[in-house]
Design a binder for this molecule. Sequence first.
Ligand code: ADP
Length: 499
Amino acid sequence: MTQHPLNLLMVASEAVPYAKTGGLADVAGALPIELAKLGHDVILLLPHYRCLSESGRSFRSVCRLHVPTPQGLVDTLIEEDVIPVGEGDGRVRVWTIRNEALYDRPGLYQDQGADYPDNLDRFSFLCRATIKVMAYLRASCQWETHVLHLHDWQAALCAVYLKTIDRDRPEAQGVRTVLTLHNVGYQGLFPENQFEKTGLPPSLYNPAGLEYYGSVNLLKGGIVFADYVTTVSPTYAQEILTPEFGFGLEGVLRNRANLPSGILNGIDTVRWNPETDSYLPANYSVSDRSGKQLCKRMLQREFQLPETAVPLLSVIARLTPQKGLDLVEAIVPQLMAMDLQLVILGTGEPELEAKFKILQARYPLRIGLRIGFDEGLAHRIEAGADMIVMPSRYEPCGLSQLYSLRYGTVPVVRKTGGLADTVIPLTSQVREAGGATGFHVEEDKAEALLLVLRQAIALYQDQSRWEQLVEAGMKTDVSWARSADTYDRLFGSLVRGPG
Ligand code: ADP
């Protein structure tokens, strides 16, 4: 329990179990609960997308607010869902912002691969509504926001408003803003002629503010104006200060008085627990792993692969260049020369989807492919596979490898970002100590990936040594416990000052 409970307002554009396209949703769903467990009063703000109405959750109306937009004030309904936390009266309040014209759509950010053209209106609105919610909480609930925790570019404008056009408002006094960067590759870039949609004065459109080489850059605005910036692993916190990983923002990040700190994500150990996971055909634990064998057989059956004891490799990912899956695609012929199977679950770039479809058609008894987003199947793959392959070019934290560790599926990962921080590679020293949990691929090259996969497959033949890896992974603490404490200390020091 924290000694100093705070009022924490979080703003995210997706959160489990309401809306998800990637790891941000897992974090924004789990972190508020962990902070509430520590005794903080947490409210999570989300846009009320169509999928929320279809989520089976019920919402009650909280208030109506008038949110400023370039077209004038928009009457907006705020609704609430409450997530109970722990045994007592702990809870996280989830407040959603209704705006049918902006959010009642099939996708979160895009439809059929094309970004919604009015995303700047949509996420400016989220941020302007946030300031109104802060005003409402203060005036009507005597609830002062101590820390406003913003996630990614979609929420970044809140920090800008609080330091500029809204800085004299009562609700802006004393609040500390923290911006967490989940992926610097996504910055919220918009054409210059859309800047007025933000409601900010033109004087902020300059290289010291939100301008970025002739475009509006929302993430940059957040980095410039937030009181504190974090990212999701220590290694990524270093990497984003370099041109290779900073995507042009390395200078802005380096110029901050306090450099970003890296706080590793944890996983929701209730939702992702092989002992109780209801998506699985069988449950298992580190001490009795027999159920994992059944999960493997049933996964092979689900993908119509022969139910044999060959190593089963897997991929679960957004199919984007970041994830490096073109490297997997490039080495499929060599992989198929070995006795193994590969299952892939992903959706994204049509070109990569098409390439995997061709390979699956060529090797129907060796490759299983599911193009699409399927939460249950992701769980069944984590349980049924022997290895997960993540050759990411960069990976701020990565969650799939954390699930794999917990499910006894050995991660084979690029040595970058959070992958480097969370997977202990098998080296000769570590082998002695028995603490390895997976494999690192040093270089962003197909040959490098193939080499490491060959080593992994060779080790798989030695079942007792393989099982050591599996066991060490399953025993790894991938929960939020440690990281929630780090956030707790950070928020406390921002509000009360260090020490
Ligand atoms: P990112 O946030 O970059 O997508 P992470 O590894 O941090 O990568 O998180 C990915 C999350 O999304 C994991 O929970 C993973 O299981 C899930 N995921 C990715 N692709 C799919 C898919 N096609 N179907 C179901 N879940 C998916």
